[in-house]
Design a protein around this ligand. Structure first.
Ligand code: DC
Length: 230
């Protein structure tokens, strides 16, 4: 008999459409949506605030081990999907700045930072009825996930999407700057020694270049809920 997946892992590179897919999928299923990138971004934000740099690995790791990051339902209607809180500070938009983008891969490659974040993520994931998004969810955080999707797209397509998103929010970066930043981040995320970004062996790999967000969602819903009629 068909058993609906209880734990769904969605991995893939920056701006591949993972978060949009996961958020909508979680809504349809009534599951909890958790974007793990938020945690690495929050550590990066906090380190930049505290030390103006993320270069001192021990200092950043110690911070990651004590920091209180919380994700709660959205308290404002400014386009946010949820609130991200650092202790009580609202850092929802702060973690999306170009400075955080430029430093987050470095922070997320620090082993102690990963250890601290991974154990919190596992705890949340193991409760079930969750769609969790990241780079290493299917391989390291929740290798027992019932369904693993690796959502990919060409770097040019991802840069186009990110450019449109940032333009809407008033961030003034050129397409070329975004393209270079994404390439750097891909390279860093895929080549780090611990939990590099890569599809799990049993992941379903989807390329989203020629598919709209709705088409990708439809494909995945057909997989998860064979009986579902949209
Ligand atoms: O998905 P994102 O762009 O918000 O992620 C920010 C960074 O965090 C990304 O460059 C890599 C890192 N990350 C990670 O290493 N492992 C995860 N599970 C999620 C994100």
């Amino acid at each position: 008999m068909y058993k609906q997946p209880e734990i769904i892992a969605i991995d893939g590179p920056a701006a591949s459409g993972k978060s949009t897919l996961a958020e909508k999928l979680a809504e349809v299923l009534g599951y909890f949506y958790f974007d793990t990138g938020v945690m690495y971004r929050a550590v990066t934000y906090a380190a930049l605030e505290a030390f103006q740099s993320v270069d001192d690995e021990d200092q950043v790791s110690e911070l990651a081990e004590v920091i209180e990051i919380d994700v709660r339902p959205a308290s404002k209607k400014d386009g946010r999907k949820y609130d991200v809180l650092l202790t009580e500070e609202d850092i929802t938009w702060g973690i999306r700045s170009p400075e955080v983008d430029a430093n987050v891969s470095k922070v997320s490659a620090y082993p102690r930072v990963r250890k601290a974040m991974t154990s919190q993520q596992r705890r949340i994931g193991q409760r079930g009825r969750v769609v969790m998004v990241g780079r290493d969810i299917g391989t390291v955080v929740l290798p027992e996930a019932d369904l693993k999707i690796y959502l990919d797209a060409s770097v040019e397509e991802r840069a186009r999407r990110r450019f449109a998103e940032q333009e809407e929010r008033g961030v003034k970066l050129s397409f070329e700057e975004i393209l270079i930043s994404l390439k750097k981040r891909d390279q860093y995320d895929a080549s780090r020694a611990i939990a590099p970004m890569q599809p799990a062996e049993d992941a379903l790999i989807l390329f989203s270049d020629n598919l709209s967000a709705e088409e990708i969602l439809k494909k995945v819903i057909e997989l998860v809920l064979p009986e579902y009629e949209k």
